[in-house]
Design a protein around this ligand. Structure first.
Ligand code: 5RP
Length: 221
């Protein structure tokens, strides 16, 4: 019998839980799949979590409710393990993230971690990135400037109105970008003044992808 989407997410969260070692300081992503992992940490006795560096106010609140200490990245240095979901994942473990507007802190914590476990459901696996609109966090005064630069790159920007990131910025979702070479586009977007971060994770991609509980090491490239 096939699993529904929540069962797929839960299977991935549970497989990731098995990877957490006693006494760890974890990097924690954001989203419904990560929420399931945090739920799993409550009331279990296999491991003691030393603390977590959070990628969002949403995850911070859930971690605190779970009794896990939330630590400042500046005081912990490099992390062993970062666990997070994604909106799309290609065969090389390159990702689109930011559906929950947490992309900037997610990218920071992922980059500060030796190992990145990405936990997803079947719908997130794609052969090429780009059907999911690419989120970009922008400084509010630069929204139009960034939008015009995105049009020159071939994309169609849409302002996610009413959403303010945890950093006080705005989110643009870019439709229709050609992401055949996502590494190049990640770098190109980072060059636009006013861009804080974009949701392409190609330079810091996933080291392991767990899809509906199935473990996969991305292909090289
Ligand atoms: C938040 C993200 C999430 O990881 C992404 O949106 C996946 O979320 P979910 O686990 O709810 O499917 O990038 O900014």
């Amino acid at each position: 019998m096939s699993m529904d989407i929540n069962a797929q997410k839960r299977a991935s969260a549970e497989r990731a839980f098995a990877e957490i070692e006693d006494g760890s300081i974890l990097g924690m992503g954001t989203g419904s799949t990560v929420d399931m992992l945090i739920e799993k940490l409550v009331g279990q006795s296999r491991i003691r979590i030393e603390g977590a560096v959070s990628s969002s106010e949403r995850s911070t609140q859930r971690l605190r409710e779970a009794g896990i200490e939330v630590l400042d990245l500046n005081s912990v240095g490099e992390l062993d393990l970062y666990i997070d979901g994604a909106d799309e994942c290609d065969p090389m473990g390159r990702l689109i993230k930011g559906g929950g507007a947490a992309l900037t802190r997610e990218k920071i914590v992922a980059s500060a971690s030796r190992r990145f476990l990405c936990i997803i459901d079947d719908s997130k696996e794609v052969s090429q990135l780009g059907a999911f609109p690419l989120p970009i966090e922008v400084i509010p005064m630069a929204r139009s400037l960034v939008g015009r630069a995105i049009v020159k790159l071939g994309g169609h920007p849409a302002w996610r109105q009413g959403v303010i990131s945890d950093n006080g910025n705005w989110i643009i979702d870019v439709h229709g970008l050609d992401l055949a070479d996502p590494d190049r586009i990640e770098s190109a977007i980072n060059q636009i003044p006013g861009v804080v971060a974009n949701g392409l994770f190609t330079q810091r991609r996933a080291d392991v992808v767990i899809t509906s509980g199935r473990w996969r090491e991305p292909s090289a490239g």
